[in-house]
Design a protein around this ligand. Sequence first.
Ligand code: CA
Ligand code: CA
Ligand code: CA
Length: 409
Amino acid sequence: MTGSFGGILGVGGVGFFIAPGEYAPPDPTEDIRIPPELVAPRAGRYILRVTEPLEEVTYFDQLHLVAYDHPDDWEIYPDERFTGTPPFPTGKPFAVAEKIFPQAAQNHRGENVLDQIREIDRRYVEPPKDVRFVGYADDHWIELDFGEQLQNLDADASLVLYLYGWVEYTYSHVNYAAHQAGITMRSPWIEVPDGKGGWRVAMPEAGFPAGLPRMMTLDISSLPIRQEGRMRIRTNMEVFWDQIFVGENVLSSELRVNTLQPTVAKLRSLGYPREFSPDGADPTIYDYQRLDQGVPFKNMTGDFTRFGDVRELLEKVDDQFVIMARGEEIALEFDASKLPELPAGWTRTIVLHTDGYCKDMDLYTAFPDTVKPLPYHGMKNYPPQEPAPNISVSQEYQRVWNTRRIVGN
Ligand SMILES: [Ca+2]
Ligand SMILES: [Ca+2]
Ligand SMILES: [Ca+2]
């Protein structure tokens, strides 16, 4: 079976305009659980394609699979979400055995939305969009009531909130315009009852799903919700919630973890997978089987990584990147036979671990027309204010690998 799931390294965006003189700090790592139906090995190999269909440059520093072997009544999801500021999520696994769904859910207009958040089915709790600014919405919330279900949970067990959804990303130039209009984006936060019939902020930064549909996770052990079981998730972002539940983290030392480095990693030209909607709903899905070649995108000027075997560049985090342009892909294969046999009653969850950055060509993004300046892990933010350490190593890497000059238009 083939299929696509989208949007890696949204968290590693560099030069993204927040306010004049202020750019969002990138989080270079992302751990993405690959939907089990998409990752069944074929002839003993996991085969993946990492594509770049957007008008941007991607800098991949590291890329491998992590195989989590566990009892088959667990589901594993990494600690992942988009947070605007550090500390960034750890990427470590959470395990859920019993999903606890809200008994009631309503939106900011008081409408019952329980049905929309029960299943992952592209039926969402939808935001009241602000039509002037892509990615922005009016202040809104979803109110969840778990009833008494959380009261009898082990008081020491950590509690995790699972939110499956997606966001309409905004752009640097939209942030600029919104800033001019006096509007500030506020990413989701969590409120709990204040004991006086109102609500108070209990977690000012909850994060959001990093782009196209995926599960974000959030440790809410510290939230005072076990007694009353009520909380609100509130924001003015254009975010769509598809499924929401909580679960105790049942992870134990039983978990077995193995890492698989790619046996094949080839950088090459691809084209642009066509977008479609199977049901008329957003977001569209990329169809890898139907490619367009001519897309009226601009080019970023700079030295990109030469085509061919790039395994060496993806092995470790060393600021030596696969620098990839739009319309290109990395074709990856992993040898599944290197993994141990699964005990009876166990299953395997595959997570793609990536480390790197990306940069778009928006007019208000920092250095939107050039591959340089190259990001590096020690930088405080982008654009880096100091030159990268080990400049001679970096120059040698660039001389050897980045021999494919593209000139912008
Ligand atoms: Ca991360
Ligand atoms: Ca590297
Ligand atoms: Ca749904």
